[in-house]
Design a protein around this ligand. Structure first.
Ligand code: ZN
Length: 383
């Protein structure tokens, strides 16, 4: 099932909506609608100043809130792109928005400013809305003026909440950037991660006590996210300077792009391979996997060429780093990749090869430093 639907593209960034967003929208509309009624009652508003159904107003505020979240995320993403980062997409989901930054801009100063861009946008939007509310105070429609006021408060809350140092939320990223110059990136991430998980536990407790489901989800994602990013940064520091040549396995049999799938089947099963590099005139042009082959009906094995099943692969040389290789494997969901030199196959590298190399390295280090090191090979130079 595809959980994310792409709705539009802004500045080249695909905007996707997660199905959980569609669940929460009516809930928000209903809850906001209630607030409209409560506010009108509390302020003793005469009925002629109440225009439209409170539920519709609630829906309006809910939609405007998610547009505000989108602007918050766009601020992060546009800043990242401008500073040489890469963004794969922005996702709107039940717990808010997420910018998928596939490559961070260089330097902790840029990272801090990128994190800051979102909350600053929210606080700015909040201030604008509250200003507009001030101008609309005497307007005939109480609901219009209340909607603008409500939206202002929600944006201020969004800005302040995201500034909490709950890594990997924005404030936590700023904290990590501040700590990086002092502790190095690995330890800074670890400390920020601990603070983040502490906040996650607080959010979770508060969510349980108040029955706030959204907060419970946020607690879960912050907790898991903090652990995942700590691991990620540790991996990056461990693998960032290990060349692929140290970990790769020997070259395997290859298959010609023009060969039939029958020949491919014989090769894969004969050599017990999960994948084979596809070559054309001696150069690697792609990779073909057992999984792809399984999708093809038996009667097509004779007349279909390997070329039609071949998936493009990134250029990985013996000098590429294991970290680059691991990222490419994740991005393309390929557990192994061919290693080439000037286009010709020189070896194969799998996730298992990388993990084995990592384990050996960790073992070597634990022998050298004892079990109580905080991680990383000492300090990295502050960026
Ligand atoms: Zn943010």
């Amino acid at each position: 099932m595809r959980a994310n639907i792409q709705v539009l593209t802004l500045k080249g960034i695909p905007i996707r909506v997660h199905f959980s967003f569609l669940l929460i929208l009516p809930l928000f509309a209903w809850s906001f609608g209630q607030s409209f009624q409560l506010a009108a009652r509390a302020a003793d508003v005469p009925p002629e100043r109440l225009s439209g159904h409170p539920l519709l107003w609630g829906l309006g505020v809910a939609v405007a809130l998610f547009l505000s979240v989108l602007l918050h995320e766009l601020a992060h993403s546009v800043y990242a792109l401008r500073k040489g980062g890469e963004v794969s997409d922005i996702r709107l989901m039940m717990i808010g928005g997420v910018s998928n930054i596939t490559r961070m801009p260089e330097g902790s100063r840029n990272e801090a400013l990128m994190a800051l861009a979102g909350p600053v946008t929210s606080l700015g939007l909040g201030a604008l809305a509250l200003g507009a509310h001030h101008l609309l105070m005497d307007t005939r429609s109480f609901n219009l003026s209340f909607a603008v006021f409500y939206l202002g408060l929600l944006n201020i809350f969004l800005g302040v909440f995201n500034l909490l140092p709950a890594f990997p939320m924005d404030g936590g990223r700023i904290l990590r950037a501040l700590l990086t110059g002092w502790l190095g990136r690995v330890r800074a991430t670890r400390v920020a991660g601990w603070v983040g998980q502490g906040f996650a536990l607080l959010f979770g407790l508060y969510g349980l006590v108040t029955g706030n489901v959204v907060l419970l989800f946020i607690a879960f994602f912050v907790f898991m996210g903090a652990a995942a990013e700590s691991r990620q940064v540790l991996l990056q520091s461990r693998l960032g300077d290990v060349p692929v040549r140290e970990l790769m396995g020997p070259r395997t049999a290859t298959v010609e792009a023009g060969a039939s799938l029958r020949e491919l089947t014989e090769l894969l099963y004969g050599e017990r391979l999960r994948a084979a590099p596809v070559v054309e005139q001696g150069r690697v042009v792609g990779l073909v996997t057992v999984e792809a082959l399984r999708q093809v009906p038996v009667e097509r094995l004779v007349d279909m060429a390997v070329r039609e099943l071949s998936e493009p692969v990134p250029v990985l040389t013996p000098d590429s780093t294991a970290w680059e290789a691991l990222q490419e494997m994740g991005k393309r969901q390929m557990p192994q990749l061919p290693v080439t030199q000037d286009g010709a196959l020189v070896g194969m590298l799998s996730q298992d090869d990388i993990l084995r190399g990592l384990e050996l390295r960790e073992l070597k280090e634990s022998r050298r430093q004892g079990p109580w090191n905080l991680g990383g090979r000492g300090h990295e130079s502050p960026t």
